[in-house]
Write a protein that binds this ligand. Structure first.
Ligand SMILES: CC(C)(COP(=O)(O)OP(=O)(O)OC[C@H]1O[C@@H](n2cnc3c(N)ncnc32)[C@H](O)[C@@H]1OP(=O)(O)O)[C@@H](O)C(=O)NCCC(=O)NCCS
Length: 214
C-alpha cells in the first residue's frame, strides 16, 4: 500500500524512549488553552507577560498545530500516553534549508524529567534525517536556564544574543539565539554509533556509517 505523501514528511508518530510525538488531534485544544493561560508559562515564553486569551490560543492551535501544512507534534509521555506539551517548526525555508524550533511542555509536573531534551532531539533528528534540513534555529530568554540547558544537551549551541531585549522581573535580559546544524548532528550520530559498535564488539574494526541527508 502506498504511504500517503504527508506521512513521509510528517509521520503520525515519532517514538522515543520516554516520549512519543503524535500529530495533533482537535481534542488537544483544551489542554493547550489551559497551558497557555498559565502566567508562569507566559513569563518563560512570551514577550508580553499577559497570558494568551482563549481566542489567541484557538487561532494558534488551528493555524500552527492542527494544520496539515505545519510540522507540529503533540508530546506524550510514553508510559501513560498523557499529553504533556507541543513542539513545532515554523518559518520553514526550503531555499536555505532552515526552520525555527519551538517547544512547550505545558504540564509543570513534567518539567525537569528529560522529556524536553528528548523531544528536542527527536525533532532535530526529524529535521536533519527525514526532512533534509540544514539548520534549525531558536531563541530563548536568558533567564530560562532549564530550556537553554535542555537545548544544549539536545545539540544546539549558543550563537549570539540580542542584548537586553526583554524586560522581566524588574530587569533587562538578553534573548539568546541558538542553532543546530545537520553537519554537526550527523557527525555526532556517526561518532556515537562507532562508539557503541566498539563497545559491543571490542577488537573489531569500525565500519563506515553513512546517513542520507535529503
Ligand atoms: C524548556 C523545556 C522544554 C525543557 O524541558 P524539560 O523536560 O523540563 O528539561 P529536561 O529535563 O530535559 O532538561 C533540563 C535540564 O536543565 C537543568 N535545569 C533545570 N532547572 C535549571 C536551572 N534553573 N538552571 C540551570 N539548569 C537547570 C536540569 O537539571 C536538566 O539538565 P541535566 O539533565 O544536565 O541535569 C520545558 O521545561 C518547558 O517546556 N518549559 C516551559 C516552557 C518553556 O520554557 N519553553 C521554552 C521556551 S524557549
Amino acid at each position: 500500500m502506498a504511504i500517503p505523501e504527508r506521512d513521509n514528511w510528517q509521520p503520525p508518530l515519532i517514538e522515543g524512549r520516554g516520549v512519543v510525538l503524535r500529530r495533533h488531534r482537535p481534542e488537544n485544544l483544551e489542554a493547550v488553552v489551559r497551558w497557555y493561560h498559565d502566567p508562569e508559562l507566559a513569563r518563560l515564553t512570551r514577550y508580553q507577560t499577559r497570558p494568551m486569551t482563549r481566542e489567541e490560543v484557538e487561532r494558534f492551535f488551528h493555524a500552527r498545530l492542527l494544520s496539515p501544512e505545519s510540522v507540529a507534534y503533540a508530546i506524550h509521555e510514553r508510559g501513560t500516553d498523557r499529553l504533556i506539551g507541543v513542539t513545532t517548526f515554523s518559518s520553514l525555508d526550503g531555499d536555505n534549508g532552515s526552520a525555527l524550533f519551538h517547544i512547550t511542555i505545558g504540564e509543570p509536573d513534567a518539567w525537569g524529567r528529560g522529556f524536553g531534551t528528548e523531544a528536542t532531539e527527536l525533532m532535530l533528528q526529524h529535521a536533519f534525517e527525514r526532512l533534509g534540513l540544514h539548520r534549525i534555529g531558536l531563541s530563548v530568554f536568558e533567564f530560562n536556564e532549564r530550556a537553554i540547558r535542555a537545548y544544549e544537551k539536545a545539540g544546539f549551541v549558543i550563537e549570539g544574543r540580542l542584548r537586553e531585549a526583554i524586560l522581566r522581573d524588574g530587569r533587562y535580559w538578553d534573548e539568546v539565539q541558538m542553532g543546530a546544524l545537520a553537519t554537526d548532528w550527523l557527525r555526532q550520530r556517526r561518532e556515537r554509533l562507532v562508539q557503541v559498535a566498539a563497545e559491543t564488539n571490542p577488537g573489531r574494526q569500525p565500519v563506515a556509517v553513512g546517513f542520507r541527508v535529503s
